[in-house]
Design a protein around this ligand. Structure first.
Ligand SMILES: NC(=O)c1ccc[n+]([C@@H]2O[C@H](COP(=O)([O-])OP(=O)(O)OC[C@H]3O[C@@H](n4cnc5c(N)ncnc54)[C@H](OP(=O)(O)O)[C@@H]3O)[C@@H](O)[C@H]2O)c1
Length: 370
């Protein structure tokens, strides 16, 4: 039997996302998802200031006692010789300096979405990874789900003909004023808050994972967009983006004010619609964790298919962790499921949306100094 490749993780920051990701890492790959070629070990975690909190984090995540180091600074974490890869889960405002810190210490990096604040920061990180021959990827977990792979394969098979349009939405009904204090990362401009970088990136992911690949020489689409701002902080609240690709159009919509699945029961209909010349694929909300899709053909070709349900009992972040481990095992520094040029292209679209809306983040977090 082929040996199992082990990847040793260091977790940079101990917030919500770091917690759910680390809980997935400690699951047994064979039992949770029938994977035996790779496995994950959490060897260290760090908060920005308090080793005791990192210790508690490790215990809360189910990392076996005494098997991982707890640090009170990110510098100590990236310099731990036992760490192979650093998982960056700070707010997106801080991905650039923190991913850079890890790369400069010679570590592979898996960095949460949105990858950076702007496209130039993304280009710099990718250049550094290339120079140092280190793996680097934006952690867009939704791309790695079996359902996403199935849908991409269905599109490639021609089942719905030539795709001409994709409509993707990720909108979460919130009374923004009471749901988030002005300092909360969802609305705080100092933390690159707003719908666009936090939720819009998933709607764009659906547009891109279908349409960007229709052309071999894919480039960033032309963008027409509209932003409604949140008066409380000036971040974007409800944003609509039309992406014109050479042969198709993508419409990505996002909001932290209105909802795409108001009753939580799917009554509103599918959040993603992929329109082809022979039929349509629909994917149910939410764009970040798609679990249901169906194909609709004209009546004479079979009509509407049943909803295909792909439930996942656990979090589901392990799929991207497994893909990361396989890439590193195979000596790759880029993963084909989330290619660098696509990450840059999505960042370029978001830059353009902000340019059209005259929306900039504070200079400190737009900075590309390195
Ligand atoms: N893939 C997904 O499903 C998913 C879901 C939610 C969020 N995310 C992404 O994950 C990232 C983190 O989101 P989250 O919800 O986990 O946020 P969170 O709970 O606020 O955690 C962020 C962590 O970053 C650390 N941090 C470092 N510098 C910071 C600063 N200047 N301000 C605030 N926190 C700072 C914090 O402290 P310590 O280091 O001291 O702990 C905190 O634990 C975001 O980029 C978000 O887009 C991804």
């Amino acid at each position: 039997m082929a040996s199992t490749f082990e990847l040793k993780w260091g977790i940079l920051s101990c917030g919500w996302m770091a917690t759910v990701f680390t809980k997935d890492l400690v699951l047994d790959p064979a039992a949770s998802r029938d994977v035996t070629d790779v496995k994950h070990t959490v060897v260290a975690a760090a908060t920005s200031s308090d080793a005791g909190r990192a210790e508690k984090f490790l215990s809360d995540c189910g990392v076996p006692s005494g098997t991982a180091k707890a640090y009170g600074s990110y510098e100590e974490l990236v310099n731990d010789p036992n760490v192979d890869i650093v998982y960056v889960a700070t707010p997106h405002s801080h991905h650039f300096p923190h991913a850079l810190l890890a790369l400069n210490a010679g570590k592979h990096v898996l960095c949460e979405k949105a990858f950076t604040v702007n496209a130039e920061q993304a280009r710099i990180l990718i250049d550094v990874a290339k120079q140092k021959n280190l793996f680097l990827m934006e952690a867009v977990w939704a791309r790695f789900f079996p359902l996403s792979i199935e849908v991409r394969n269905l599109v490639a098979s021609g089942k719905i003909g030539d795709v001409k349009r994709v409509h993707a939405d990720l909108s979460l009904l919130n009374d923004v004023e009471t749901a988030f204090s002005p300092t909360h990362r969802m609305v705080n401009m100092d933390l690159a808050g707003g719908a666009l970088l936090d939720l819009g990136v998933y709607a764009l992911t659906w547009v891109f994972q279908i349409l960007y690949h229709l052309d071999e020489d894919a480039t960033t689409p032309k963008v027409l967009s509209h932003v409604q701002k949140y008066a409380g902080t000036g971040c974007d609240e409800t944003t609509t983006i039309i992406c014109q690709f050479p042969r198709a159009t993508g419409i990505a919509t996002t909001s932290i004010r209105v909802g795409g699945d108001v009753d939580g029961l799917g009554t509103a209909g599918p959040a993603m619609r992929i329109y082809g010349t022979k039929g349509e694929i629909q994917v149910a909300h939410p764009a970040w964790k798609p679990l249901k899709y169906r194909v609709i053909l004209p009546q004479e070709a079979g009509g509407a298919g049943e909803w295909q349900v792909r439930n996942m009992p656990d979090g589901g972040w392990y799929w991207e962790a497994d893909a990361t481990a396989r890439a590193i095992r195979d000596g790759k520094i880029e993963c084909e499921t989330m290619p660098w040029k696509e990450t840059i292209s999505i960042m370029e679209v978001m830059d353009e949306v902000r340019r059209q809306a005259d929306m900039t983040y504070p200079a400190a977090i737009e900075s590309t100094a390195h």
